[in-house]
Design a protein around this ligand. Structure first.
Ligand SMILES: [Zn+2]
Length: 204
């Protein structure tokens, strides 16, 4: 099987994406899988896969401040804000296969709140990279906490992992649930219970 030298792409930035190199590697992978990369259906597959992977990892190259883009507003409330059922699609870093589900975010503002769509964009930013569900949950809660200086944050993600469903243990119905609580959500059981009640116990 032909191999190319590992040093082929010194030009790509540290977290950048060398789409041309990925395209070549996917073509080689198809050969290694016993496929004919020149047959009609596969002819443009390496380019498509490279572009898809670039998009699916684009969160690595997204700047949080630019993403929020000033959409933080002054609001004198300290009632809990909840955005639930945010769809998330990510790639597990162990198999590079998708995991997907719903993310629920709650926070208690101390004078600043997010614009309506920004929590979903923030979740996307952390989902579009090679991830662990646990880390994704933590990163979202930390980012919410720090961006608006919240008094507390709770994040719960319910997700299905294709690496479990299509291979391995082949458990099609298992849903992995992860949560991360910070500040008041960690300190106060009543706050946690309010959060859980507001997001409900909804299956994926
Ligand atoms: Zn996996």
């Amino acid at each position: 099987m032909p191999r190319r030298p590992a040093s082929a792409s010194k030009s790509a930035p540290p977290l950048g994406v060398d789409v041309a190199r990925i395209r070549d590697l996917v073509r080689e992978m198809l050969v290694a899988l016993g496929e004919d990369p020149d047959r009609e259906g596969l002819a443009r597959t390496p380019q498509r896969v490279a572009e898809a992977l670039a998009f699916l990892t684009s969160g690595n190259r997204t700047n949080l401040e630019r993403l929020i883009n000033g959409a933080i507003f002054t609001q004198q409330t300290n009632s809990m804000v909840i955005v639930k059922n945010i769809e998330v699609y990510s790639l597990c870093e162990h198999h590079m296969l998708p995991f997907y589900g719903r993310c629920h975010i709650g926070y208690i503002p101390t004078g600043k709140v997010f614009g309506v769509s920004k929590l979903a964009r923030l979740a996307d930013m952390y989902a579009r990279r090679l991830q662990l569900q646990e880390r994704l949950t933590e990163q979202i809660s930390q980012a919410v906490m720090e961006t608006v200086g919240a008094a507390g944050v709770g994040v719960m993600i319910e997700a299905r992992h294709l690496c479990m469903m299509m291979r391995g243990v082949e458990k099609q119905n298992s849903v992995m649930v992860t949560s991360s609580v910070l500040g008041a959500f960690r300190d106060s059981q009543a706050t946690r219970e309010e959060f859980l009640a507001l997001i409900g116990q909804r299956a994926v």
